[in-house]
Write a protein that binds this ligand. Structure first.
Ligand SMILES: *Cc1c(COP(=O)(O)O)cnc(C)c1O
Length: 442
């Protein structure tokens, strides 16, 4: 498993390395718990998306890094250097991108309930595109743009009736989702007609996001076909021909043994299939080729990251299971608690040893559901061992909390063996910074 990955290697001391750095050294230098990211892996992933659009689609598109997967200023700075765009779903993500001096014209704003102040911020920063997801929102963006004497570029989030899950997809006639307008029941077309009347909105086309952690190429191909059938239908009925198509994100990554390890070439094959379906469907229907947006999040940063913990209390419940407790937990990785996510763990200081036992890894929060998982094959661990949980670059730091007033771990970026903070450690003072004791309680 280890040798299959470029990101994770074991050095001559039997220590796990990331981005050329010894994890034991990282733990010494930065303490645990610690998020570590391999910069080269992130850049390689951004490049494969960008290059495939260049090579297979004449560069007529833009990759948007879905910043919700891992949002901090340094990652925005990397995306900027790599010449890709960013998708944001809140005022806070927008603020982070702007703080990193990200070019606003390459920012796309999403969200199913954008707040008035978020829309004002988006327009004041001149974001390139807003993806509309409600009638009230179309009114609000139109009004806010009118106040500023602007016309805002927009797209519409539709629900093409393809719902993808890891290795399968289902076609749904009436999707039950808080996101998007259904194509099947006519609401997407009705909303399109509504938006087209707005004087301060310039409609470019449609967006869909069919799911996450998807491995099945055909789900994207099917979504492309359904979207372009809708584009064609709207062209016939409303005389509006979309010039842009946003296919969202959702490309799967490796977490554990039964996941595929796609690798850069594998992602290229996915995108090539998706872009080929767009080209083919457009020529079949006599549509002009739309500008294409892709919004990968997880696949850009997920496999690039690991979390390092120190093993603490070990508890064996005879004929039930053995728990290894770590100095982190659901406050830095809530994904098991939320979705029973699977992970792979390694004893980073003994990475060359064969696994000999099956253990559960527990966090330190006051919740019995605070686990990283229950099925980890490890050598017999002892207190003080360094535990690495792999593929934690996406939706870990970005979902972290201060539950139980635990401190959110810092993030280091590793490049050619050198590591530096991109998110500094929190302090106890940070925890009480915004707390107030009213006079009458003193
Ligand atoms: C979550 C999301 C993404 C990114 O999804 P990944 O599975 O992380 O690639 C992209 N676009 C939209 C609209 C999303 O909600």
């Amino acid at each position: 498993m280890m040798n299959a990955r470029k990101t994770f290697r074991i050095n001559s001391l039997g220590h796990l390395t990331i981005g050329g750095a010894d994890c034991c050294k990282l733990a010494e230098q930065f303490q645990t718990p610690l998020y570590a990211l391999d910069e080269q892996h992130i850049r390689n992933m951004m490049r494969v998306y960008r290059n495939t659009i260049d090579d297979e689609y004449d560069g007529h598109g833009l990759v948007l890094y879905a910043s919700k997967a891992l949002c901090c200023t340094a990652i925005c700075a990397i995306a900027k250097q790599e010449g890709i765009g960013i998708d944001v779903v809140s005022g806070g993500e927008l603020y982070t991108a702007m703080w990193a001096a990200f070019p606003a014209d390459k920012i796309v704003m999403h969200g199913n309930n954008k707040l008035p102040h978020e829309i004002e911020e988006a327009l004041d920063h001149r974001v390139g595109m807003i993806v509309l997801d409600a009638y009230s929102e179309a009114d609000l963006v139109d009004r806010t743009a009118a106040q500023r004497g602007m016309v805002q570029d927009v797209m519409i989030r539709i629900n093409p009736g393809v719902e993808a899950h890891t290795h399968a997809y289902v076609q749904t006639a009436t999707p039950d989702s808080k996101f998007g307008f259904s194509v099947a029941n006519g609401s997407a077309e009705a909303f399109t007609a509504y938006v087209l009347q707005k004087k301060h909105l310039r409609l470019h086309g449609f967006h869909c996001h069919i799911g996450s952690q998807i491995f099945e190429k055909q789900s994207f191909v099917l979504a492309v076909r359904k979207n372009l059938a809708f584009v064609d239908a709207v062209k016939q009925s409303l005389g509006f021909e979309a010039d842009a198509l946003n296919m969202g994100g959702g490309f799967g990554i490796w977490y554990a043994d039964d996941d595929a390890m796609i690798g850069v070439e594998g992602y290229r094959a996915y995108l090539t299939a998706l872009l080929a379906a767009i080209k083919e469907e457009c020529s079949l229907r006599g549509l002009r080729r739309p500008f294409v947006y892709l919004e990968p999040g997880r696949s850009v940063v997920g496999e690039a990251g690991i979390t390092l913990y120190t093993v603490g209390a070990i508890k064996e419940i005879p004929s039930v299971r053995k728990y290894l407790a770590i100095d982190g937990g659901m406050f830095d990785n809530p994904r098991y608690a939320l979705y029973q996510s699977r992970y792979t763990a390694v004893l980073a200081n003994r990475a060359a040893e064969q696994p000999t036992e099956l253990v559960a890894i527990a966090g330190k929060c006051c919740e019995s559901g605070d686990l990283i998982g229950t099925q980890f094959h490890l050598p017999k661990a002892k207190e003080g061992d360094l535990l690495a949980v792999l593929s934690t670059g996406a939706y870990n730091y970005s979902m972290a909390s201060n539950y139980n007033r635990n401190l959110i771990p810092p993030v280091v970026l590793v490049n050619e063996g050198h590591a530096e903070y991109i998110v500094k450690p929190q302090t106890y003072e940070d925890l009480v910074r915004n707390d107030v004791i009213p006079e009458r309680l003193k």
